[in-house]
Ligand binder design. Structure first.
Ligand SMILES: [Zn+2]
Length: 113
């Protein structure tokens, strides 16, 4: 399952951070999931609850944001926000769009104790 491996990577990252910044526990985690990432925020939350047992992130509050997807429109030569990967350009209706990010999981903010 895609979400499980993402969460395992996230725990690894938190453990590295805890060594670098000398904290024991994570109390709050804010994540951003790209619109194009094919990750279901609810599935991610469920997977994270499984993976974080007996880790420094057990009991932390988890906020998951889903920022709009960004694409580059060839027709108006501008960056646009679109709700899904298959949406046309909201300004000119063009379909020649290249994704700009929005396909990954980002750790936005961490509160630690
Ligand atoms: Zn356009």
């Amino acid at each position: 399952m895609h979400e499980l491996s993402l969460c395992e990577r996230l725990i690894d990252l938190l453990q590295e951070e805890s060594q670098r910044h000398a904290f024991q526990r994570v109390t709050r985690i804010r994540l951003a999931v790209g619109r194009f990432a094919c990750v279901d925020p609810e599935a991610l939350r469920f997977a994270f609850d499984v993976v974080r047992r007996d880790t420094l992130a057990e009991g932390a509050t988890v906020d998951i944001q889903q920022p709009p997807g960004l694409v580059w429109c060839e027709d108006c030569s501008s960056e646009r926000e679109v709700p899904t990967r298959l949406s046309p350009c909201p300004v000119c209706g063009g379909l020649r769009l290249s994704p700009r990010g929005g396909d990954d999981l980002t750790l936005v903010e961490l509160e630690v104790a």
